[in-house]
Ligand binder design. Structure first.
Ligand code: GRF
Length: 207
């Protein structure tokens, strides 16, 4: 059934290749998707993620920590800039910084992040490498609502990926990213079209 909600405004933050961002941009071409990417921000210059946004005609901004006198000032400036685009949801899609108190206060409960491991296993920036080193047979990707911890927020969705005997970190991460992109697109679309609630860490679709 088509959603009667207005298209939800997404601000997406990236730090790298931006393939997750591209998947969202592509999905949002269809008006039935229920969400549109209104701006893309980054914590660094000269990355393919920003170039993808520019090619799609989406406004971009960069806020680098080194441009500010403290991490707190950076966080506030980032939050101010994101807020100016009036997002319904903020999507951290390969954004390699932890957002701070100001940011979380402003966008609590509507900031999503994707992690390339099955939370609560292997949090942090080395999810695929840590899973490989541990010797797990399955790993995957997790979409969650950001809280004050590192990859600890309420889980929206998870996707399972097999670890192959001959995997290295790159082959494993690439396989995870295929699953991660479709999980992200499917679930951000549902969150946008259907709304969601969070009760006792349980994320449920529907207003
Ligand atoms: C994703 O696997 C994300 O979960 C991780 O870094 C990767 C970013 O990929 N933190 P891309 O920039 O979206 O291609």
């Amino acid at each position: 059934m088509p959603s009667t909600r207005k298209p939800q405004r997404l601000v997406v933050l990236v730090s790298g290749a931006g393939t997750n961002l591209q998947a969202l941009i592509d999905a949002a071409q269809d008006p039935a998707y229920g969400a549109t990417v209104v701006a893309v921000g980054a914590d660094r210059d000269d990355i393919e993620g920003l170039a993808r946004a520019e090619r799609a005609g989406i406004p971009t901004f960069v806020r680098q920590v080194k441009q500010f006198t403290s991490r707190e000032h950076w966080d506030r400036a980032l939050a101010d800039t994101v807020a100016a685009f009036e997002p319904d949801l903020v999507v951290l899609a390969g954004f390699m910084k932890l957002v701070g108190e100001d940011f979380l206060d402003r966008f609590a409960g509507r900031t999503l992040n994707t992690h390339p491991a099955l939370c609560p296993s292997f949090p942090g920036t080395r999810g695929p490498a840590d899973a490989l080193a541990y010797g797990v047979k399955v790993t995957g990707a997790t979409l969650f609502v950001v809280d004050r911890g590192v990859d600890t927020g309420p889980i929206v969705a998870q996707s399972v990926v097999a670890v192959e005997d001959d995997d290295d970190v790159d082959t494993l991460h690439e396989r995870i990213k295929v699953a991660e992109r479709s999980m992200l697109v499917d679930n951000v679309g549902r969150l946008a079209r259907e709304g969601f609630t969070i009760t006792d860490r349980k994320v449920r679709f529907g207003a």
